[in-house]
Design a binder for this molecule. Structure first.
Ligand code: HEM
Ligand code: HEM
Length: 184
């Protein structure tokens, strides 16, 4: 690889990482998305155990509120996904890093979006329960998949050519100091 290519590669590798504010915003959005889903599950399946309420009408009200929060965070998650596709996904793909886990994560989001859409617009009385279980089962898988994606993505950094070392070696071969300080 020529040094121009190596520099371009290194620049792309830097850009595939998210800035701290973007990363925090993404994690907060995903945490709220998963949290609101789990909140609904808690009210729906364990309202009595959690002592939220035993009254049916009040339980339905709590569930509706949890879904309102969930819907809002789902919109925010879709916005974040769009932003990730424009930069992070394209750059990661171009670098051939973390493609498998990246594709699996995209497939996971696609299934969540499709089943969420079905829950809101398509299901009838007989199909609601299975689609609901499918949707939240995929939803519970999101956190472990994202963690795996991040861990494997960070590990794949080692696949990048180590330009610093090569620059250092090149300068050493040419009889130059690798660091301006050591030349002082
Ligand atoms: C095919 C698609 C994708 C590819 C090729 C890909 C690639 C990568 C790579 C290479 C890294 C490691 C970056 C580094 O720290 O050096 C990474 C980290 C990460 N990815 Fe992806 N990714 C894809 C899709 C996604 C999607 C859809 C999301 C949305 C949630 C996502 C979220 C993240 C996050 C949060 C990190 C940690 C970033 C950081 O530490 O700054 N990725 N990905
Ligand atoms: C981008 C990802 C997601 C989208 C677009 C999405 C969308 C939706 C939509 C549109 C609904 C129906 C709301 C209603 O009927 O008023 C829903 C319900 C639900 N979602 Fe999600 N969701 C996503 C991720 C998640 C995750 C990560 C979980 C985690 C557990 C989850 C758990 C649930 C639960 C428990 C319900 C209620 C199911 C029911 O009404 O029978 N969702 N979601």
């Amino acid at each position: 690889m020529s040094s121009a290519h190596e520099r371009a590669y290194r620049l792309l590798a830097e850009r595939v990482r998210l800035g701290t504010p973007a990363r925090r915003a993404l994690y907060a959005t995903i945490a709220a998305l998963i949290g609101s889903g789990i909140w609904w599950l808690g009210i729906h399946y364990a309202a009595n155990v959690l002592a939220v309420t035993s009254d049916e009408i009040s339980r339905a009200g709590h569930e509706a509120f949890a879904l309102r929060v969930h819907g809002a965070t789902a919109f925010a998650a879709l916005f974040a996904l769009g932003a990730m596709s424009a930069h992070h996904v394209r750059r990661g793909w171009a670098l051939k890093r973390n493609r498998l886990m990246g594709s699996m994560l995209i497939a996971e989001f696609a299934l969540l979006i499709l089943s969420g859409y079905a829950l809101y617009y398509l299901v009838g009385d007989s199909t609601r329960a299975p689609v609901s279980v499918l949707h939240w089962a995929f939803g519970l898988a999101l956190a472990p998949m994202l963690i795996l994606h991040i861990v494997m993505g960070r590990r794949s950094r080692g696949l990048a050519p180590n330009v610093d070392d090569e620059d250092h070696n090149a300068r050493a071969t040419m009889g130059q100091s690798a660091s301006p300080r050591s030349a002082e």
